[in-house]
Design a protein around this ligand. Structure first.
Ligand SMILES: *[C@@H]1O[C@H](CO)[C@@H](O)[C@H](O)[C@H]1NC(C)=O
Ligand SMILES: *[C@@H]1O[C@H](CO)[C@@H](O)[C@H](O)[C@H]1NC(C)=O
Length: 283
């Protein structure tokens, strides 16, 4: 017992956290476009704070530059930028000390009179998405025209447009326009596939996506990645139990198992696991 038995849980915990150690970047206010002088807070929502996530960005001014290096004010795993300027436009992401990266968020800051408020994160297929064409000066619900990939798609009396049940074909470059105010910068809206567990797509939707087998493979790999550490830890615990047969009164079934069998096949190991686990619980 003693030192080694303490080291195992630590080792196993770090093995497990390898698979879950990731961060998601969120932005508040949640808009892909901002007016000059607005402030914004970007947060690396992390599973493991010890991974040391920092916010980085690519802009026309600099590449891979870190929050605090001439822009933004770091606060833990968040970064606050007061008084955004058009040069703050760019791609933002979180990066851990080991180089793992989060999702990216694209932010456009305009000195112009109109912004298009659109989702910063990809929209899930089948969900609704609302766009708001917002002028810098109130009132904020003026009639607006919305464009996708350069073509007019809708004129809305109150400046709000909802796309129902988005599909991959709704992906594109959107902008809007308010009479006597002006035009917003363009923003890309991306659509991600549904998780395979949700209901089938509506009848009007396109034929089943060709990516279905790919998603299955992806899920399978995910399950394996999550399952493997448990297998490894179980095997390790069994071999640990076998290595200290003299310290405790061992159950008969384990005492009879010669240590040399540890090198044998997985099938044997799993039988032993079940025996070992059930007998240990009777202590
Ligand atoms: C940022 O810029 C670097 C260097 O040009 C490039 O390698 C990297 O892919 C960029 N990252 C993003 C998220 O655009
Ligand atoms: C869009 O912009 C054009 C010119 O920039 C303008 O003539 C038109 O009235 C605008 N449309 C709307 C609905 O704001």
């Amino acid at each position: 017992m003693g030192r080694t038995s303490l080291q195992w849980p630590i080792f196993l915990t770090s093995l497990l956290s390898c698979t879950t150690n990731q961060a998601g970047l969120t932005v508040s206010p949640s808009s892909s476009q901002l007016f000059e002088d607005e402030s914004v807070s970007l947060s690396c929502e992390e599973d493991d704070s010890s991974a040391g996530w920092t916010l980085r960005r690519n802009t026309t001014e600099g590449r891979m530059s870190q929050c605090g290096a001439g822009w933004g004010k770091p606060a833990g795993s968040s970064c606050k930028i007061s008084h955004m300027v058009p040069l703050d436009s760019g791609v933002y992401w979180c990066e851990s000390r080991e180089g793992a990266t989060s999702n990216t968020i694209s932010i456009t800051v305009t000195g112009g009179p109109v912004i298009l408020q659109s989702p910063v994160l990809p929209v899930m297929e089948g969900h609704d998405v609302t766009l708001h064409c917002k002028p810098k000066t109130p009132p904020s619900d003026l009639p607006a025209a919305f464009y996708k990939d350069g073509s007019l798609i809708s004129a809305e009396p109150t400046g709000h447009m909802t796309i129902h049940h988005v599909s991959k074909s709704d992906e594109g470059l959107y902008k809007c326009n308010i009479s006597r105010h002006g035009e917003s910068p363009p923003s890309w809206i991306s659509v991600t596939g549904k998780p395979t567990t949700t209901a089938p797509p509506p009848v009007s939707a396109a034929p089943p996506p060709a990516s279905a087998p790919l998603q299955l493979v992806f899920r399978l790999v995910c399950h394996l990645v999550v399952f493997c550490p448990y297998c490894i830890s179980t095997v390790l615990m069994v071999s640990l139990c076998r290595r200290r047969p003299t310290e405790n009164d061992l159950p008969v079934s384990m005492a009879m198992t010669p240590p040399t069998q540890a090198e044998q096949g997985l099938d044997d190991d799993f039988d032993d696991v079940i025996t070992a686990v059930t007998t240990e619980h009777h202590f």
